[in-house]
Design a protein around this ligand. Structure first.
Ligand SMILES: [Zn+2]
Ligand SMILES: [Zn+2]
Ligand SMILES: [Zn+2]
Length: 104
């Protein structure tokens, strides 16, 4: 199983280093659904998809009407989601509000 290792992306010119307390390498769960789980149930549509790295729930991004990835993080406390956009590898920590990029 793929092991995700993240580091926090430091914005240029930031006064203080950003930190995230959720960087322990963990096995990446498989996506539960091919699209946003909540949108598929409700008939909604999405712009981009994020995968919860805690449980494999797929949710739509904050540019989507449902913002289900955000809702999932708030409801469950699962901190980190990674993009499912082809060719892109980054994550977002909803607790620390930082971008995560691969550590290697
Ligand atoms: Zn964090
Ligand atoms: Zn959705
Ligand atoms: Zn989750």
């Amino acid at each position: 199983m793929e092991l995700l290792r993240w580091r926090v992306e430091q914005p240029l010119g930031a006064a203080r280093a950003r930190t995230c307390g959720h960087l322990e390498p963990a096995p990446a769960p498989a996506a539960r659904t091919a699209g946003c789980g909540a949108c598929l149930r409700s008939g909604g549509s999405w712009v981009n998809l994020l995968l919860c790295t805690s449980c494999g729930e797929v949710g739509c991004c904050d540019s989507s009407p449902g913002r289900h990835a955000h809702g999932h993080a708030e409801r469950t406390g699962h901190p980190v989601a990674r993009t499912l956009k082809a060719g892109e590898v980054w994550g977002w920590c909803y607790v620390d509000e930082v971008f995560l990029v691969p550590a290697h």
